[in-house]
Design a protein around this ligand. Sequence first.
Ligand SMILES: C[S@@+](CC[C@H](N)C(=O)[O-])C[C@H]1O[C@@H](n2cnc3c(N)ncnc32)[C@H](O)[C@@H]1O
Length: 186
Amino acid sequence: MLFLAFYLAFLLLAVALVAGELLLFGSGIYSSILGAPYVPVNKEIARKMFSFLPSGRRGLFIDLGSGDGRVLRGAIAAGFKHAVGYELSWWPYLISKLLNRWHKVGDRADVVRRSLFDADISGADVVYAYLLPKMTDKILPKLSSELLRGAKIITCLFRLKDYESGFSLVGQWPIGNKTVYIYEKI
Ligand SMILES: C[S@@+](CC[C@H](N)C(=O)[O-])C[C@H]1O[C@@H](n2cnc3c(N)ncnc32)[C@H](O)[C@@H]1O
C-alpha cells in the first residue's frame, strides 16, 4: 500500500515536471513565433527606468507584452495606481499572475491574456514596450491613434522608428547593457 502511494506520488511529480517543461518550452516557441521572444529586462532596468520619467500623472501604466510582470511591479513601486500587462504566452502569463500575488500587488497590477494589438491603451499615462524592432514598428500606428496627448512611451533597446511624426523624444538613458528611450505623444 505504502509502495503504491509512493509510486503514485512519484508519477504525479513526474507528470507535473514534464507538463511544466512543455509549458515553458512551448511558451518560449510561441513567444518567438509571435515576433517577440520572452526575454525579460533585468530587475535594475525594471526599477530604474521610472526615475527618468518626467513628472506627470501616474494613474495607468501599460506593458505591451508583459512577460513575468516585473515591469508592472516596478511601476507600482514607482507610484502608479494601476498597472496592466498584455501577454499572450501561457508561461509568463501564469508566472506573472503568481508573482503579482506573491508581491502583494495583485489588486493593482493585472495581466490580461490578450494580444497587445487588442490592448486598450486609451487611458494610459505611460505605455512600455520591449519588443523586437519589427513589432515596435507595427505598434506605432496604434500608439499614434489611441494614446492621448501627453502620454509617455517607454521603449527598451529599440527606439520608435519614425517618432518625429507624432512623438517627441524626451530622452534616452543607458541602464546596464541596454538603453531606455522615453517619448511623449504630441
Ligand atoms: C522581450 S519580452 C518583454 C517582457 C517584459 N515586457 C519585460 O520587459 O521584461 C516580450 C514579451 O512579449 C510577449 N508577446 C509577443 N507578442 C505578443 C502579442 N502579440 N501579444 C501579447 N504579448 C506578446 C512575449 O510572449 C514576451 O513575453
